[in-house]
Design a protein around this ligand. Structure first.
Ligand code: GDP
Length: 444
């Protein structure tokens, strides 16, 4: 997968920052030097790298440190936000014509995967409830028409051809009519490719654009060609104007630089990435998710944000006071569980932890953990106020009564009291450290 090298390097840089209680300007400068190198090695456009690093540096130094994040985490968050923005922010969605019939014009150099991508896009659209039709407008290579027909069969989509015609505009206009007649609502126009951008091709594409007025022009580029892909995008955009980029072969050993530079250089977002030769190997591009993936954080940032949103500072301080006085009650224990549930439950929390990939998740029985929570809640709710405040009075007969009340065996009550004791000890050790003792320390 692209970005692997970059991802590893960036994670190494941030490992050093994460644990630090405070960051000096020199720390940030040193980290940014490494980020810069990592991006350059990933083949990100030089100018883009410079702007990116400058912007992160400025924001890192300027920002107030949020109470619930360590300075290191804050820098990572800034990098994450900037990476997201760099890759196009939220404006990367494919759009449909409001008129109900959408024409996409597919352009790109030969060999980038344009024809395959036409098939992938048809497949994607079908899955999203559309009725696409493909149209072959390469008037130079009969083999390209044959190929589109094969692709069309593979994804069970009609293909419009006019083998004898030498006029792409005529072909495409006839295709629109035919598509409407057949009840299709999307036409994907495959155009001719060349080995490199030349004036003749551009003129032809400009004429075609003028005739069919496509809703979007999608440029297909090959991620493996790195900055050449970005240059091609710039060339096509300057001459023809494009609406989005489809970056193919992201499954290969591309370093990812093209996907990171394309938006900034051309002003046009990457809308899809191709991740294989099969027709289902096309993924909508989500800059936000990609950024988190590059930084190896699962959804750690979402988790941090949630912790920030949901954690009540005042309550935390009260809790801390009680802990100091050794007054952490079962009521508090319940409250803690409530917090975890509010953040989406134990399963969600685990899934958002970095390093908790799908393999690691298989070893955690999420459903069981959730069930345990519900049971614990039921048990505590079956206790009297006095018992919750002072669990040490829970003798055998009280435990039996609670068991009956909550519908759980006595062993579960014993287990809960044990967990409460362990939690109390653990929380005490949190408050011990440095005195601040805020619960959100757990996320540092
Ligand atoms: P065109 O000349 O631009 O129409 O390119 P083709 O559609 O013929 O594709 C060229 C080659 O790239 C074919 O062998 C495709 O299977 C392959 N290809 C296209 N997209 C991808 C992709 O996302 N990943 C991989 N690994 N191969 C791809």
């Amino acid at each position: 997968m692209a970005f692997e090298g970059l991802s590893e390097k960036l994670q190494n840089v941030f490992k050093g920052l994460k644990g630090k209680g405070s960051l000096t300007e020199a720390d940030i400068n040193a980290a940014m030097r490494e980020v810069k190198l990592a991006l350059l090695e990933a083949d990100v456009n030089f100018k883009v790298v410079k702007e990116f690093v400058d912007s992160v540096k400025q924001k890192s130094l300027g920002e107030e440190v949020m109470a619930s994040l360590t300075p290191g985490q804050q820098v990572i968050k800034i990098v994450n936000d900037e990476l997201t923005e760099l890759m196009g922010g939220t404006g990367s969605k494919l759009t449909y014509s409001p008129k109900g019939f959408t024409v996409y014009m597919m352009v790109g150099l030969q060999g980038t995967g344009k024809t395959t991508t036409c098939g992938k896009l048809a497949n994607y659209l079908k899955k999203n409830g559309k009725k696409p039709m493909l149209c072959a407008c390469d008037i130079y290579r009969p083999a390209a028409i044959d190929q589109l027909e094969v692709v069309g069969k593979a994804v069970d989509t009609p293909v419009f051809t006019m083998r004898e015609s030498r006029e792409p505009e005529k072909i495409a206009l006839a295709a629109i009519k035919e598509a409407e007649r057949k009840g299709c609502n999307v036409l994907i126009v495959d155009t001719a490719g060349r080995l490199q951008i030349d004036e003749e091709l551009m003129e032809e594409l400009v004429r075609l654009k003028g005739a069919i007025k496509p809703h979007e022009i999608l440029l297909v580029v090959d991620a493996l060609t790195g900055q050449d892909a970005v240059n091609a995008a710039e060339g096509f955009n300057d001459r023809l104007g494009i609406d989005g980029i489809i970056m193919t072969k992201m499954d290969g050993d591309s370093r990812g630089g093209a996907a990171l530079s394309a938006k900034k250089v051309t002003g046009r977002p990457v809308k899809f990435v191709g991740t294989g030769e099969k027709f289902d190997a096309l993924e909508p591009f989500h800059p936000e998710r990609m950024a988190s993936r590059i930084l190896g954080m699962g959804d750690m940032l979402t988790l941090i944000e949630k912790a920030q949103e949901d954690y009540d500072e005042q309550k935390a301080q009260e809790l801390e006071k009680r802990l100091r006085k050794n007054q952490f009650t079962l009521e508090d224990f319940l409250e803690q569980m409530g917090q975890i549930r509010k953040m989406g439950g134990i399963g969600k929390l685990l899934g958002m932890m970095p390093g908790m990939n799908s393999r690691a998740m298989q070893n955690v029985n999420v459903e069981q953990s959730e069930r345990d929570f519900v049971q614990m809640e039921a048990i505590i709710q079956s206790m009297t106020r006095e018992e919750r405040e002072n669990p040490s009075i829970l003798n055998a007969s009280r435990r039996k009564r609670i068991a009956a009340g909550s519908g759980q065996p006595v062993s579960k009550i014993n287990q809960l009291v044990k967990r409460y004791d362990e939690t109390r000890k653990m929380m005490k050790s949190f408050t011990g450290k440095g005195g601040a003792g805020r619960m959100n320390r757990m996320f540092r």
